[in-house]
Structures are given as structure tokens and as C-alpha cells.
Design a binder for this molecule. Structure first.
Ligand SMILES: *Cc1c(COP(=O)(O)O)cnc(C)c1O
Length: 472
């Protein structure tokens, strides 16, 4: 009977098997195609019924490893779709260890190691982003849950303004809380607002142009019209299509003037503040009430990881606090993160975050972020020099928004069709990978550079492969 207890002696062989396979996978990451065109068929190998009687760990892992070609090489240097980082060696090592140690990083006494490293890692992140020490924070599964954590904190604050304790009273007696934002508002932010029960119908995109830039005068008018009732001003640091920033400093002025809560979604854009040269983009974030970012994007720790900061930790405690006789809520010095974020039992993501910051430090991250932004500018220049390509937005950060615009093609629908097909050809080709979006109503590409492995040679493929495929 293959009870795991009886097959305990397989553990060492299983780890060896996986180490060998992982090393081989990682060694070819720089060169191999980003995506195996047969991946969709390969994964069909996983089928059949639940085994009545298993045949142990080595056999199971061997079956899994046989289908490894189906794994997307999104951890490699030429995956430019979405905004996806890889795992630095330090982060990957610590992440492996995290699974082996299998800590429950919710309650201090369950894992002093994980909780202490979370405290230290959060403080180091605040330092890296030049944000006030002493803000409350929590690691999450990603920016979506970090946005949710920030909204939950803001929701509690808004309740207080109306004389309610939202966690106790619920939302039924609460007037709508308007959320003012730009066209850069992320799909996951909308999801966070929906999960928090604030209603996506209360999100107002105050847009001044086709790119979605904020209409500041309209924000001022909208806040004035509320006459001091609580509102959330939602800024995006790093829009996904063009890497652009909302005018956060001016939004912070208006939020302060009208007593609104300023939330900043800096899923990847917050990292601009780790570079003196790029920091002006994110000026004003230090005046926000809440700020979030991803770990699995530009920090280059493995999935999944994000973090939320709230200027006053009291709001995180209010939104997520609690305890039970057997679950101590923690103290200031020995916090239990189960009561500062949405999850109770939680992975010790802190090991990977701490390890990568410890390994590469402020200088390492500044170099990485500045290199990626320089690569984006380089690609943007190549686009501008290519007669059949058109740059649609300046590369202010690490995203290059462009499209094909062959001579003689003027009809907008025809241009969209050409670009859609070209986008599909890029994915099918597999040397690089990026996706299409709609920018100012046009089908466009938006490769994002955020992997620690990416070099000039990798980035140069964006334009050369695009041109080659277009010529066909
Ligand atoms: C990626 C991203 C998110 C969502 O992040 P997840 O980690 O996928 O949850 C939110 N906001 C912005 C601006 C993003 O780029």
C-alpha cells in the first residue's frame, strides 16, 4: 500500500531527481524557445482517473518531468508578455528552502523565522523605495491581494468617517465611497474594489485623452463636490500599456486638501523609486495612505508574492485583525501576519524577499531597474528607426508601446488586423514572447522588460523578430 509513510525513503531520491531536472531547465533558459508550440498538446498527456493505488513519489515526479517541455519559459530573459520577472538565484534558493521548511507564516509562534524575516524584509522594502519607515505592511500573493488589502484598510477608514465600524457593521449602512482614478486603473484593482464590496460602479475614470491620462481639474471638481465626504483617490504608478505614471504628486496635493485616501498601485512602477534617475516619476508616493507592489514582477522572486503598505498600521489591524483563544494575535515586536492581511495560514514568502534583498542590496536593484529602463529606451529607438514600425508612447519606464505600420496601410481596421496577426506570429515563433493590447483604440504591442537575465541581445530581438515576421 503506497502510504507516504511507507514510502518515506523515496524523499532523497525525489529531491535529487527534481534538482537535476530543475538545473537542466534553468541552464537552457537563456537559449531555448520561450514557448513550445506543442505545449497545448503535451499537456493532454495529463488525463485519466484518480489512481486507486499510487506508485510513489519517484514515479509521479518522473511522469511530471517527462512533460517539462510544456512549461513556458516565462522565467527566462525573452518573455516580454504581461510584466513577469524571474527568480534571482538568491530568491529561488530561498524559495526552494521555503517549501522544504514548510513554515506557516501566519502566527509568530508557528514561525518566528518567517515572521521576523517578513518584518525585516518589509522594512528593507520601505527603505528601498524611500518610503517612511514605520508604515504598516504585509506580504501577499500578488498585487491583486495587495490592492485588496489596501482597499480594505481604506474601507475601514471611510467607515470611520461615517461613524461605522465596517468589519462589525457591514457595508449596508454605508454611503457609497467614490473612487477617482485615471484610465490606467488596472483590471485587478477593479477586482479588488469588487471583492471589498465597494462596487465597481463607484469607480470614476476621469480621463483627459485617448491614452487614459488623468483629468486633474476634473479630479479637483469631483472631490470639491463631495464636500468632505470620504473618497479614495487611486493612482497608478506604471500603467501596463505604456509604463506611464499618474501625476501622483498633484493627486497627493488634492487628496490632502480634500481629506481623501490616496492609494497607489505601483505593481511594478514603485521600483522607479529605487533609482535616483527614475524616482521623480514616483514623486508624491511617500504622501499616500496606502501603496502596493508586486514581488513576482520586478523584485524577481518566484510566484507568488506581492506586498501592501499602509501609512498607519492600525488600518490593517482593523481590517484583518482578530484572534481566537488558540490563535494569539501577536504583539508589536512579535507580529502575527495572519491578522495584518487576508490570509490566516500563509507561505513564508519572506524568505525569498529577504534573501534577494540581502544578496543584491540597494545597488543591485538600482542596477537591474536602470538596465531594464535603458533597454526599453534602446528598443524604442530601434522602433523609431524602423520605417514600418511606429512608437505609440515614449518609453518612460520598462514598457515599449508600439505597432507595425507598413507603408501604404492607412485603414485603421486593416492596421489592427495586421498587428493582431503579427502578434499571433510572434507567439507562434517562440524566440520571444509579447502580447497585444489596445492603446488609444489601436491594436498595439507592449513588451515589458523585467527579468534579471535579460540582456541587450535579448531585447534587440523584439524589433528584429517583429520586422522579420512582418516581412513574411
Ligand atoms: C500586474 C499588475 C497588477 C496585478 O498583479 P498580480 O500580481 O497579477 O495580482 C495590478 N496592478 C498593476 C499596475 C499591475 O501591473
Amino acid at each position: 500500500m503506497p502510504d507516504p509513510l511507507e514510502r518515506k525513503d523515496e524523499l532523497s531520491a525525489t529531491l535529487d531527481l527534481v534538482t537535476t531536472a530543475a538545473r537542466a531547465f534553468l541552464e537552457e533558459l537563456d537559449e531555448a524557445p520561450v514557448r513550445d508550440p506543442r505545449a497545448d498538446d503535451v499537456v493532454d498527456a495529463f488525463t485519466g482517473r484518480l489512481p486507486e493505488s499510487g506508485d510513489g513519489a519517484v514515479a509521479a515526479l518522473q511522469e511530471l518531468l517527462e512533460q517539462l517541455p510544456a512549461a513556458t519559459r516565462s522565467a527566462g530573459p525573452r518573455f516580454f508578455h504581461f510584466v513577469i520577472g524571474g527568480g534571482t538565484p538568491a530568491a529561488l534558493g530561498a524559495d526552494w528552502l521555503t517549501s522544504a521548511l514548510d513554515q506557516n507564516n501566519g502566527i509568530w509562534i508557528a514561525s518566528p523565522l518567517g515572521a521576523r524575516l517578513e518584518q525585516v524584509a518589509l522594512a528593507w522594502l520601505l527603505d528601498l523605495f524611500d518610503l517612511p519607515a514605520g508604515w504598516g505592511g504585509v506580504l501577499t500573493t500578488g498585487a491583486t491581494m495587495a490592492n485588496f488589502s489596501a482597499v480594505a484598510a481604506a474601507r475601514h477608514w471611510a467607515g470611520e468617517q461615517h461613524g461605522l465600524d465596517i468589519e462589525r457593521d457591514g457595508l449596508a449602512g454605508m454611503p457609497a465611497v467614490p473612487i477617482f482614478t485615471s484610465g490606467y486603473f488596472h483590471a485587478s484593482a477593479e477586482k479588488a474594489v469588487a471583492m471589498a464590496g465597494l462596487g465597481t460602479g463607484n469607480v470614476h475614470r476621469l480621463v483627459s485623452d485617448a491614452a487614459g491620462r488623468l483629468d486633474l481639474a476634473e479630479l479637483d471638481r469631483s472631490l470639491k463636490a463631495l464636500g468632505g465626504k470620504p473618497a479614495i483617490v487611486w493612482a497608478t504608478a506604471g500603467g501596463v500599456d505604456n509604463g506611464d505614471f499618474d501625476p501622483i504628486d498633484a493627486m497627493a496635493d488634492l487628496a490632502a486638501e480634500h481629506g481623501a485616501w490616496l492609494q497607489v498601485d505601483g505593481a511594478f512602477g514603485l521600483f522607479a523609486r529605487s533609482s535616483p534617475a527614475l524616482a521623480p516619476l514616483g514623486r508624491g508616493i511617500e504622501r499616500a495612505q496606502s501603496v502596493i507592489a508586486d514581488g513576482h514582477k520586478w523584485l524577481n522572486v518566484p510566484y507568488d508574492c506581492g506586498f501592501a503598505f499602509v501609512h498607519d498600521a492600525r488600518y490593517l489591524h482593523a481590517a484583518f485583525g482578530g484572534s481566537a483563544p488558540y490563535l494569539p494575535a501577536g504583539t508589536e515586536t512579535h507580529p502575527s501576519y495572519a491578522f495584518l492581511g487576508p490570509e490566516m495560514s500563509r507561505r513564508a514568502r519572506s524568505l525569498a524577499v529577504w534573501a534577494t534583498l540581502r544578496a543584491y542590496g540597494r545597488d543591485g536593484y538600482r542596477a537591474l531597474v536602470e538596465r531594464h529602463c535603458a533597454l526599453a529606451r534602446r528598443v524604442a529607438e530601434q522602433v523609431e528607426r524602423a520605417p514600418e514600425l511606429e512608437l505609440l508612447a515614449p518609453a518612460v519606464l520598462n514598457v515599449v508601446c508600439f505597432r507595425a505600420h507598413p507603408e501604404g496601410v492607412r485603414d485603421p481596421a486593416e492596421l489592427d488586423r495586421v498587428n493582431r496577426e503579427l502578434g499571433e506570429a510572434v507567439v507562434a515563433d517562440g524566440r520571444i514572447l509579447f502580447g497585444t493590447t489596445l492603446y488609444e483604440g489601436k491594436v498595439a504591442f507592449r513588451p515589458a522588460i523585467s527579468n534579471w537575465r535579460t540582456t541587450e541581445a535579448d531585447a534587440d530581438l523584439i524589433v528584429s523578430v517583429t520586422r522579420e515576421l512582418l516581412a513574411r
